[in-house]
Write a protein that binds this ligand. Sequence first.
Ligand code: SF4
Length: 395
Amino acid sequence: MKMNGIGHPQIIGHPHGHGLGKIIDYNENPYIVIWEVTRACQLKCVHCRADAQTEADPRELSTKEGLNLIDQIYEMNNPMLVFTGGDCMMREDLFELADYAVKKGMRVSMTPSATANVTKEKMARAKEVGLSRWGFSLDGPTPEIHDHFRGTPGSFDLTLEKIKYLNELNMPLQINTVISRYNYDHLEEMAKLVGEMKAVMWYIFLLVPTGRGQLEACITPAEHEKVFRWLYELSKTAPYDIKTTAAQHYRRVVLQQKMRENKIDKSDIKYEDTMTMDQSKMIDGLKRAPKGVNDGNGFAFVSHIGDVFPSGLLPLTGGNIRETPLAEIYRESKVFKDLRQPDNYKGKCGVCEYRTICGGSRSRTYAVTGDYMESEPFCVYIPLAMRSKDTTATV
Ligand code: SF4
């Protein structure tokens, strides 16, 4: 998926309420599955994970295979389903697939590219089918910044025009933004714009240097920390929800801040083995912190040709659904099983007290170090276990 469509899956949000009170064992079932329905796309985003092409691959999953995939996903405790690309609008049977999934009782979202393919009629059709949310990418508050990032002049204006249609249709809107060197200095303006667009969710993605995303475009570890603290403060007043992807350490920052604000001692936190509540809460009245979704751990990505990855940004497949059932790949393949063992992570992530709710981005770790079990390279936190006794920091 590309960043629009997700590079990382542009995960289209974890809709409100989904998973609330639902116990999910990530060893058995994912919380969310992203399906890259096609790799065809007309944009040329500089950070594109998929290195998207203008034409669909002839090996792309057929409608029949797609419907079967939806059945398999549903059977895994009905996780959230997101259609991404490429540009999912380039797929002619898109609404047939969406309709099928929604009628089964699944929560379906999509992240099409803002191109001429997205017409008001198609948006109305999506609403009619019962799509939960529509996500558009906006990576800068001005045409200069956004269009450079998207590699397509005119993309900013086109996106705003399409958003106007969504607002007219009252379709819940999610804005997806990739934070990188290109827009780091413009986040306040972006936050304001997201509010003006009447978005219900701002989905922040921290760049992973893979596909067209380059290392030098990533912000520094200290800047990550600054962004997370700023986001947490923003989340208290913003008229929209804020969620992140490829930013697992944002959860650590949120938990730290909540512990400070509620005067909860760190040693009182009970880290859950399952996801038992809305993850955005991070901690409940019983001081339970839910297990965090991470690549291959509550999360699966199915490519346009049926390869199953722990994430759209971690290019090591656990198998292909044309040969092996999705559940078997998710539960049994080595890469997925490894990723669900935070105790085995190397370096500081492996001994970090936040490893079950955070664990660092396994995709970024792999992209930077070549080893998905290594430590998150863009986290400044020093776990308690690694501090010398005279260190005074408390959280
Ligand atoms: S050290 Fe690793 S597990 Fe701990 S907060 Fe940082 S990224 Fe998360």
